[in-house]
Ligand binder design. Structure first.
Ligand SMILES: [Fe+2]
Ligand SMILES: [Fe+2]
Length: 482
């Protein structure tokens, strides 16, 4: 019944290199937790992983590839890879429990070796407690080209030290400035994000294996998200923009959760209610776990029958949450109704006396906004203002006053966005003000394109005059320009 729903179809759009390799490893490990060893999904994930390894080996002159794991982050060539680390929580945890500092792959590594590794880490690692015992177990399976490494020596300092001394480019496409921009404020949000991805992976594995969902771990993390959003909205919302690092459908759910919570906390101060809304947002698409893989990832136009299968995900989601160990009616109704419209349209069609609940409407707004503004393989990113215009034109979809409030709260230049100013400087929106077009911007890049030193970084309240002139936002920087 259950088909995996990792984004295999995004592979072509993703960069090759260490980040993609770690992403592929996580995909393979997650698939191996769901399926039997010989299942085609596991085999194809290992095949792609092997291709990724070959690519890295061609680029490396050492004849081997080593992936470090330390302080809850993945390292490559002595540098932390934030993007890769975001999805790799379970792998990092397993390596830590075995006292291992990473993985080493020789140039002779075969697909069978990678299968052994994937099988071992996803299923058998629990039974051993040391990395050298793990290596003996791999030996016995005939896998001698992959090794669990001893603790990662070069990375023995904290993540903080690593950033200050050695942080360089994570991606070919990134400027050094952007890499440096991943500063210390991001460490805690990144750890929360990792935990939530881990919890979502577990939730998917449980749903796919026909077990009842245990929602408690994810609920605990929603509390952390809420606390962190309250204390440091900028870092959290910045992380919600790191979709290019994200190889999974989980990213969509987490971003919808961030966006919905950031909105909802302007509507109510009831912490318990906010936690329930956050949880409902996080789980709104859990029903996709039961949609056949081919339908979920079809790049063709769906046939009527396939469309009908796809449109069942809210019904499946409601069912999965209803069967969970501690069902919350609010989460069940959000999962069931998030594709129903304010005017009675949408799906599933149901005979009901009430319109979708306020919580459902909040999640629905966040869901559509995320889908419009995120990068997908088939479309570039869209500026928030344009997304708002499209949403305003979607007659009957949303509750109009709630949508207006969302636009007000989220802003024309949402917190976390990178913007170019009329002075030519580039910075990040850190706070909205009572004037929608004049947020507070922290500049970090001079007109020349060079990064500013910390002491030159300024927080500019664009409502103020600077000399005779007003400084305005010229434009929001999207992907390539960030
Ligand atoms: Fe959905
Ligand atoms: Fe969704």
């Amino acid at each position: 019944m259950c088909e995996q729903h990792l984004h295999d179809d995004e592979r072509d759009a993703r960069p090759s290199g260490p980040v993609a390799f770690v992403d592929e490893l996580v995909v393979a490990l997650t698939n191996a937790r769901i399926y039997s060893d010989e299942h085609p999904r596991v085999n194809s994930a290992v095949e792609v992983l092997h291709e990724g390894l070959q690519h890295l080996l061609r680029e490396s002159d050492r004849g081997r590839v080593q992936i470090g794991a330390s302080d809850g982050f993945i390292f490559y060539a002595g540098q932390p890879l934030l993007g890769a680390s975001l999805s790799a929580q379970r792998l990092l945890q397993t390596l830590e429990e075995l006292g291992s500092g990473g993985l080493s792959f020789e140039s002779t590594t075969t697909q069978e070796d990678l299968s052994s590794l994937v099988r071992f880490v996803s299923r058998e690692a629990k039974r051993v407690d040391r990395f050298d015992v793990a290596n003996s177990a791999l030996d016995k399976q005939g896998c001698r080209s992959v090794r669990l490494l001893p603790p990662y020596q070069e990375a023995s300092g904290s993540w903080t030290d690593k950033i200050e001394s050695e942080w360089v480019e994570d991606f070919e496409s990134e400027t050094l400035q952007t890499a440096l921009d991943l500063d210390l404020d991001m460490e805690l949000p990144a750890r929360i994000y990792q935990d939530v991805v881990g919890a979502l992976q577990d939730a998917m594995v449980q749903s796919c294996s026909g077990k009842n969902l245990d929602t408690a771990p994810a609920a605990g993390y929603v509390e952390s998200i809420l606390t962190q959003l309250t204390h440091d909205t900028t870092s959290m919302m910045r992380l919600s923009r790191y979709e290019k690092y994200d190889a999974f459908t989980f990213g969509h759910s987490i971003r919808v959760c961030f966006i919905a919570l950031n909105f909802a906390r302007h509507l109510t101060k009831d912490e318990r209610l906010l936690e329930r809304i956050g949880m409902a947002a996080l789980m709104h698409d859990i029903g996709k776990a039961w949609v056949p893989f081919e339908v979920l990832h079809s790049t063709e136009r769906l046939s009527d029958a396939e469309r009908a299968e796809m449109n069942m995900h809210p019904v499946h989601g409601g069912q999965i949450l209803l069967d969970s160990n501690n069902p919350d009616p609010l989460a069940v109704s959000v999962a069931f109704s998030h594709h129903q419209n304010q005017d009675g349209g949408g799906y599933p069609q149901s005979i009901r006396l009430a319109r979708p609940s306020a919580a459902t409407m909040i999640v629905k707004i966040a869901d559509v906004y995320e889908a419009l503004t995120a990068v997908r393989p088939y479309k570039p990113k869209m500026a928030p203002a344009r997304a708002y215009r499209i949403m305003m034109d979607m007659q009957g979809f949303f509750e109009p006053s709630l949508l207006r409030r969302f636009i007000e709260v989220n802003g024309v230049y949402p917190v976390g966005s990178r913007v170019k100013l009329s002075t030519g400087e580039v910075g990040r929106v850190i706070q909205l003000t009572d004037s929608p077009l004049e947020p507070i911007v922290s500049t970090d890049q001079a007109e020349s394109g060079e990064g500013l030193f910390y002491e030159d970084v300024q927080d500019l309240d664009l409502r103020e005059r600077f000399g005779k002139n007003r400084i305005k936002v010229d434009k929001v920087l999207l992907d390539a320009e960030m």
